[in-house]
Design a protein around this ligand. Sequence first.
Ligand SMILES: Nc1nc2c(c(=O)[nH]1)N[C@H]1C(S)=C(S)[C@@H](COP(=O)(O)OP(=O)(O)OC[C@H]3O[C@@H](n4cnc5c(=O)[nH]c(N)nc54)[C@H](O)[C@@H]3O)O[C@H]1N2
Ligand SMILES: Nc1nc2c(c(=O)[nH]1)N[C@H]1C(S)=C(S)[C@@H](COP(=O)(O)OP(=O)(O)OC[C@H]3O[C@@H](n4cnc5c(=O)[nH]c(N)nc54)[C@H](O)[C@@H]3O)O[C@H]1N2
Ligand code: SF4
Ligand SMILES: [Mo]
Length: 709
Amino acid sequence: MSELETTTIHKSACRMCHGGCGVLVHMTDGRIKKIVGDPDSPLNRGKICIKAPASIELVNHPDRLKFPMKRAGARGSGEWDRISWDEAYDILAERLGAIIEENGAQSIAIGTGTGRHHCEFVPRFANALGTPNWCEPGHAQCFFPRVNVSKMTFGDLPICDYYGDTDPDCVLVWGHNPAVSGPDGELLFHSRALTKKNTKFIVVDPRRTLLAEEAEIWLQVRPGTDDAVALAMLNEIIGAELHDADFVENWTFGFDQLKAHVQPFTPEWAESISWVPAEKIRAAARLFAASKPSVVEWGCAIEHSPNSIQTARAIACLPALTGTIDIPGGWVFGSHILGEFPFLHDRLEEDVKAMRLGSDEFRLLGRTNVIPSAHIPAVFEAMRTGEPYPIKAFLIFGNNPLATYANSALVRDSLANVEFLSIMDLFMTPSAELADLVLPAASWLELDALTAFPFFAETTALAQQKLVQVGECKQDEVVFAELAQRMNLGFGEEDIESIFDARLEAVGKSFQELTRDGFAHKPITYRKHETDNAGFNTESGKIELYSLALEKLGYDPLPTYREPPESPLSKPDVARDYPLVLTSGARILNFFTSEHRQLTRLRRSHAEPLVELHPETAIKFAIRDGDWVWIETRRGKIRQKAKLTDGIDRRVVHVEFGWWFPERDGPEKGIWQSNANLLTDQGPPYDPAMGTYQLRALLCRISKAPAPL
Ligand SMILES: Nc1nc2c(c(=O)[nH]1)N[C@H]1C(S)=C(S)[C@@H](COP(=O)(O)OP(=O)(O)OC[C@H]3O[C@@H](n4cnc5c(=O)[nH]c(N)nc54)[C@H](O)[C@@H]3O)O[C@H]1N2
Ligand SMILES: Nc1nc2c(c(=O)[nH]1)N[C@H]1C(S)=C(S)[C@@H](COP(=O)(O)OP(=O)(O)OC[C@H]3O[C@@H](n4cnc5c(=O)[nH]c(N)nc54)[C@H](O)[C@@H]3O)O[C@H]1N2
Ligand code: SF4
Ligand SMILES: [Mo]
């Protein structure tokens, strides 16, 4: 280092996944040199994963989109003209203005992806624009089923208390792999650390994960049948009177109804459905009931099936029965450090809200949801058919729709039908190649953001600060405000710092002050329901084993089982041709959704997409470890490389999701080769309340494939 160079250290929060691990960013003469964990962060306490240092490569990557671009040739031809932001805003204002005038704002759909820095600003922008139709591939099938179920059952979202002096005695890990996925970043480190302590693990997963290896009990469930297992655990706990009778009596509502309801759902009944031996289900129920404090780590696998709400409801009833709620080391409610986010929901008139696609049928998704959203299949159908009204424009801010929505071929056909497609992204993805306008997005080191973690519990507020500028990249939030100004929307025009400052009033700091400190923390207090007999924020004031909210919406108030729509039991005729059960998308440490495939540091140790097979299944099809394998469903056919493991059932196949190959020439960049969503289905049936479609329990067949060219 020359004598003139100066190094400064800045606090920020890593956003290479949707977590927010506190980090220290070392800068020398305006360049990022090093990213290390912030030991002061109450969340990750100095730990980071391999993705955080790879951010430096992301910031400087030669393939980054750096300027707005407008399509020059035919759609998907890969021909682009560089334009200025001014011109981009002119195009947007003109095209959107014309659609609003002719068809109404509801004919503009807004898309985004999961939990990134701007995720709350996207529905806010949709509201500002006047459209009820915003969507993201992870909303009905990721986290929001859990959030909504929690609000309806407990009045708030419980999180696992890893933050105080008491460790959980038992962790019930359900359809979740936090030791890899985070997913709020720091959970990765907490879950791994607990395996070294006395905490016992029960893991419900079709694959033997790192935590399953360490577990007291591993329930190797057939994909998509978690509801049956959870109901049987309720049956066992209630039938053997293992529940906390005092807690149930004082703090829950509907125990007698639940008791009568779960009587038929014996562990033997669940065994015949889920392939999990009845004795193991009993043992898991008994261990969970005997442990206090205990927690549930539930993940998105329970939400990748069309019974997402009732599956989450059945699981949520378990800790309610054992009374491990809001106690040290238990399932606790957060401290909600920030003031409310200004979503601008009231900007939409009731008749406009009523036009939200799919909201008549999926009333939890489209109406009472904590952030009401449109039904994805209905949005794509409106693009294709113009029914019930046309979607003329789709504006996407951070989503690669061909990679992450179900049934990529249908998605492609739907996108081809919209008159105007605009995509804002860090890179020219295969989906962005189909757009008319592409906008360059700033990465997490290039923007200011305020986020509170864990999501919806908000014990810790984190500031990200803009440290570098790449090309003409902008952060999405700024684009929303500038576009709102350009279009004279009269809503959503404020600068983002004023929004951050308003949310931080409760903390007593400005955003600038938070930026200096990196974070603000509000510790969790316990047994809040006992304080002044406050109870729970539900209609009955108690934990609702019987959900009055669901009943009011016209859905089952008690948890139910529903066989996956394409399974050996529900479609035996299809199973004759497609005899294996397919699941998809278990998270990979190196990547985030369809991201990071271009970062050499992360790609090096996971170069190709892998399909997991049992060695005996592989022998049947003459497949060896490392061979390319065709995986085929009734929707499509892809190739991934065989990874043989006896940690998966002989009847089950797991494919990775999110795969495309940024290094390939041509605009398609290999999106049609190994992409799991060529196999999945967007069709009905959906979760009756949330509209969830099926990503993880389908029927497939396999065969040996030649290596792709
Ligand atoms: N590194 C990294 N971290 C991530 C992400 C990423 O892409 N990469 N993605 C983020 C996102 S969007 C999310 S939603 C979270 C997801 O993170 P998690 O909620 O942990 O979910 P997954 O890892 O997708 O899957 C968890 C487990 O579900 C199992 N599984 C598959 N089918 C079933 C089933 O039918 N039932 C049960 N019980 N289990 C099943 C898989 O074997 C897997 O081990 O991670 C987030 N964090
Ligand atoms: N088969 C199958 N499909 C799945 C899943 C599965 O397990 N199996 N998981 C589902 C789940 S849980 C989820 S949450 C979704 C995930 O779906 P998404 O979160 O939508 O993920 P991506 O499609 O990878 O889109 C993210 C895009 O945003 C870009 N990006 C990153 N940061 C920014 C930013 O700050 N601004 C902008 N404008 N762009 C940015 C990235 O480069 C990337 O192209 O996928 C779902 N799809
Ligand atoms: S877990 Fe997520 S937030 Fe934490 S360091 Fe890794 S990528 Fe960053
Ligand atoms: Mo997700």
